[in-house]
Design a protein. Structure first.
Length: 610
């Protein structure tokens, strides 16, 4: 019997269900949450957070490796105790420590941790007041009882009430990278194409849509419902079926003939608004468009490919990431669709860590891993001293790393390490390290790691002040959000972007699936404002470099093209753009006509932006 961890949701037993790395990561994260709720040693808590990140980023399938009788390789930052727990979770879906910790708290307590703005410290305060579930929290907020708890003001109470109501009213969603661990092996097993919001690279997905082209649909359906990870079969027909996997992910299947494949792929990719708009164009031409094809009367005139569907209504092919009815049809009619950036366009990565702080690999290992992925350069950007828990660098340690990088660059071929730092932006807008050391670096990545809840005006002023520093190159994960965990900071993004343009500063699109910060709407805003975007991994390990694909997907949703992305340039072209002297003024031409704040608010509202 395998117990699958669902982190605060209904716990269930599932026969012989494989455990994915994402399941191991969630188990370690839940252990860390529960330890923090008990106010345990923060270094112990951090060890489990680190283990969760290691498991989540591993390319190696832990459970499959162990099931084959092979031992796991040495994993940086994972000692024998954590490794033993990893083996236990891989074999059973849980571990003894997690079970013990769960018994010490009400089952609903970990659900509270999923609400943006509620970290373990606040949840511990709620637990002390016998508020141990989201439903109890919502009642307390409605009755005004939260205001009497330290750190819970009227504004916080209002935000929590909104977040609780939203959580209770919607189905569970999966971050894109987590969904990939379950959906991609399943699709490979079926020979299926994945459609839906997954194909459009949405940050999170509520379900996954599979499409199979076959002249033997019954066999395809049977193979679908008999998959080893299926927990529940919700529908079972001759050409369609719906199941729920043991992890809780709903998956739908549609089997179609070859002549309908393009129409079906278009239909099931969505979005709904985009499809309705395309169908309206068809109606204007006397056509009917559905998942079976494009019809003029009873005659199918297109539908074997997606291109044929668009051609039938006089449009060029529109990439899946753009299909949100956010101006893509008008752009297509005018011949102005963007030529979206691709993963192969990226020449380097401008945000990565090593074991000098909280990373798990050496400088050399990170360099060689970047080279193996076809990158030409990798910026090493350790944390600065303010992030003490991550062993952030002070000026002396940073100076030693600068020397080490320069020595290593003299030995390596085919990859260049850039000397950088992820320096903390303090509450007053100053930087955590002096200019005397920052000026020795190739680039300075500024980041907020605390005081995320400052009022909008103060948070914005903090960022704007930091960008006045002449050493500042890139603003990291600009809103500070963590998907499904921490809401974005209240920030005047338009003011930040216009300051960035004036100072020649780039904004980071942090590709880590927990962040994907910038949002797609903010990516498009950056494009409109003439601000370059750096798609960076924030990698803390060699495997962490793999997440670039999620950053590229987000960039494509934000209409970004190759020239909009800073790190599509070869090193010789990049260096002048990040050089300290160039940041005295703008280096990226501003657009001739800037959109208004009202236009951005409208786009954000209709597109679900934070």
């Amino acid at each position: 019997m395998i117990r699958v961890n669902t982190r605060g949701r209904q716990r269930r037993n599932v026969e012989a269900v494989p455990v994915h790395n994402a399941d191991i990561a969630r188990a370690f994260d839940e252990i860390a949450d529960l330890l923090e709720l008990r106010d345990e040693n923060p270094f112990r808590v951090r060890a489990y957070r680190n283990a969760a990140r290691v498991a989540g980023e591993l390319r190696l399938d832990v459970a499959a490796t162990l099931a084959e009788g092979r031992e796991l390789p040495k994993l940086p930052g994972i000692g024998e105790d954590l490794l033993a727990k990893m083996r236990e979770i891989a074999a059973t879906g849980s571990c003894k420590l997690l079970a013990e910790l769960r018994r010490k708290f009400p089952e609903g307590i970990t659900e509270l941790l999923e609400l943006p703005g509620l970290g373990p410290k606040r949840v511990r305060l709620l637990h002390d007041k016998r508020i141990d579930s989201i439903a109890a929290l919502e009642r307390a907020a409605r009755e005004g009882r939260l205001r009497g708890i330290a750190g819970f003001g009227e504004k916080t109470e209002s935000r929590i009430l909104e977040a609780a109501a939203e959580h209770l009213s919607k189905a569970r969603r999966f971050k894109l990278a987590d969904a990939a661990q379950y959906a991609e092996p399943y699709a490979k097993h079926l020979g299926a194409v994945i459609a839906g919001s997954y194909r459009r690279m949405k940050e999170t997905v509520g379900d996954v849509d599979f499409l199979v082209c076959s002249d033997r649909p019954a066999e395809a359906v049977e193979r679908f419902v008999s998959y080893g990870e299926v927990k529940e079969v919700r529908a079972h027909g001759t050409t369609r079926a719906a199941v729920v996997l043991a992890c809780g992910l709903p998956v739908d299947l549609r089997v179609v003939p070859r002549e309908s494949f393009g129409a079906a792929l278009h239909y099931f990719t969505g979005s709904k608004a985009h499809n309705i708009a395309v169908r309206k164009l068809g109606i204007e031409r006397g056509l009917k468009i559905n998942e079976y094809g494009v019809w003029r009367g009873k005659k199918r005139i297109a539908g074997d490919t997606e291109k044929s569907v668009y051609a039938a209504v006089g449009l060029p092919y529109i990439e899946p990431e753009l299909r949100e009815e956010m101006g893509e049809l008008k752009a297509a009619r005018r011949g102005e669709l963007p030529r979206l950036v691709e993963l192969a366009d990226l020449r380097g990565d401008l945000h990565a860590h090593t074991r000098a702080t909280d990373g798990r690999n050496t400088l050399r290992e990170m360099a060689l891993a970047a080279k193996a992925r076809g990158l030409e350069y990798l910026a090493i950007t350790e944390h600065s001293r303010r992030v003490a828990m991550a062993h952030g660098l002070d000026p002396a340690r940073l100076a030693r790393q600068i020397d080490e990088i320069e020595r290593l660059n003299g030995e390596l071929a085919g990859i260049q390490l850039l000397k950088g730092i992820e320096v903390d932006i303090l509450e007053d807008g100053s930087l955590d390290l002096p200019d005397s050391i920052l000026s020795r670096l190739d680039l300075v990545v500024g980041a907020v790691h605390g005081k995320f809840d400052l009022p909008r005006a103060r948070q914005t002023a903090r960022i704007l002040a930091a960008m006045d520093n002449p050493c500042f190159s890139i603003l990291a994960h600009p809103t500070g959000r963590l998907l499904e965990a921490r809401a974005p900071s209240e920030l005047d993004m338009l003011a930040v972007m216009r300051k960035a343009r004036a100072r020649g500063i780039a904004l980071e699109l942090n590709a880590h699936p927990d962040r994907l910060d910038l949002s797609d709407v903010h990516c498009r805003m950056a494009k409109d404002e003439g601000v370059r975007v750096a798609i960076s991994t924030d990698a803390h390990s060699m495997d962490g470099l793999e997440v670039l694909r999620y950053g590229v997907g987000q960039a494509r949703r934000g209409w970004l093209e190759k020239d909009d992305v800073l790190n599509t340039r070869p090193l010789a072209e990049l260096m002048p753009l990040i050089a300290r002297a160039s940041r005295a003024g703008a280096t990226h031409a501003a657009p001739s006509s800037l959109p208004s704040r009202r236009a951005y608010r409208r786009a954000s509202s209709s597109h679900g932006a934070p």
